[in-house]
Design a protein around this ligand. Structure first.
Ligand code: DGY
Length: 318
């Protein structure tokens, strides 16, 4: 029977679909496996459902000699050596679309929270410091009638931009290419990165991590941003040079940052934790009940596609 290994216990809705046709082994430990444990587990498997925390590299493929497909339980696949998979004719799939809205919504949650100091204000109130209405208490930024800069206008970037309807927001974006439909729907303007950074009040990153986007936002880029600007990142931490961001936040070169992702997850730099103009979340972009179930079903559908002799529906190494 076709053997599948799931490196974490993904929602049962997906695994149930596999049961009639596969022998399934699941890591039920509630933690990510060590590299050695993972290599041991995939030795005899035909398919593996991986997490973004699993390093799917040359060693992984060498250990998994029977592997036909790796279904990554994430839209991002920077944890996977795609060339190595392709060289060995192993399919790699991801979970796009189903997590688009949830991730875009979280980016908005960060944008609101940073602009209106929601986290600080909550801490203040809990600490018993609220002594009555005060006209200078937690003044923040307006969101309406501002300029939103979107770095990476793929599915999530576009969804994020569309959610601004109602705030009378002006949209700028950078992407690999101009997106005419998106422009027609939102009035968004395609600009170069420097223009976007200079003119935006809110900058939100939705680009995948690739060699091209690694440290895309560094010291120079941050220095172009407005002193009143807010930077949001829900994509991958290493798109920003974290040390440069810490300096920029320390020096109040920008107003605030809202981060869901970090350069060296799960390590959060001490410098970041000490700042009060940054909101730090533990990579929860797609963390809604429904989204996580839908991701599970989609990851599994890709394996079923393979079993049915079809090209997996969300193949990334075409
Ligand atoms: C993804 O799917 O890439 C997200 O980062 C997971 O939440």
């Amino acid at each position: 029977m076709f053997k599948v290994f799931a490196t974490r216990n993904i929602p049962k809705e997906g695994l149930e679909l596999l049961k009639p046709r596969c022998e399934i082994e699941v890591n039920e430990s509630g933690r990510s496996l060590t590299k050695q444990e993972l290599l041991e587990k995939i030795k005899d498997k035909d398919a593996c459902i991986t997490q973004l925390t699993d390093k799917v590299d040359k060693n992984f493929f060498e250990a998994g000699q029977n592997l036909k497909i790796v279904a990554n339980y994430a839209v991002g696949f920077d944890n996977i050596d795609l060339n190595e998979a392709t060289k060995r004719s192993i399919f790699v799939t991801n979970t796009p679309d189903v997590l688009t809205q949830a991730t875009a919504e979280l980016a908005w949650a960060l944008l609101f929270a940073c602009s209106r100091k929601i986290v600080e204000a909550d801490k203040f109130t809990r600490a018993g410091l609220y002594k009555g209405w005060d006209l200078y208490l937690f003044l923040g930024l307006d969101i309406s009638n501002k300029t939103l800069g979107i770095i990476g206008a793929g599915r999530i970037g576009q969804a994020f931009a569309k959610m601004s309807k109602g705030f009378k927001i002006n949209i700028l974006y950078t992407a690999n290419s101009k997106k005419s439909d998106f422009e027609e729907q939102t009035g968004a303007k395609f600009v170069d990165l420097n223009t976007l950074l200079k003119e935006s009040d809110f900058v939100s990153i939705h680009a995948p991590l690739t060699p091209h986007t690694y440290h895309l936002i560094g010291k120079n880029e941050l220095s172009l941003m407005k002193k009143t600007a807010v930077l949001i990142n829900t994509s991958r931490g290493a798109v920003i040079d974290e040390q440069a961001l810490i300096e920029s936040l320390e020096n109040k070169q920008i107003y605030a940052a809202g981060l869901d992702v970090y350069e060296r997850e799960p390590i959060i730099e001490k410098g970041l934790k000490e700042l009060d103009n940054v909101i730090l979340l533990p990579h929860i972009g797609s963390a809604t009940y429904k989204t996580r179930i839908d991701m599970s079903i989609l990851a599994v559908q890709n394996i079923l596609d393979y079993l049915d002799g079809r090209i997996p529906r969300t193949l990334v190494n075409k």
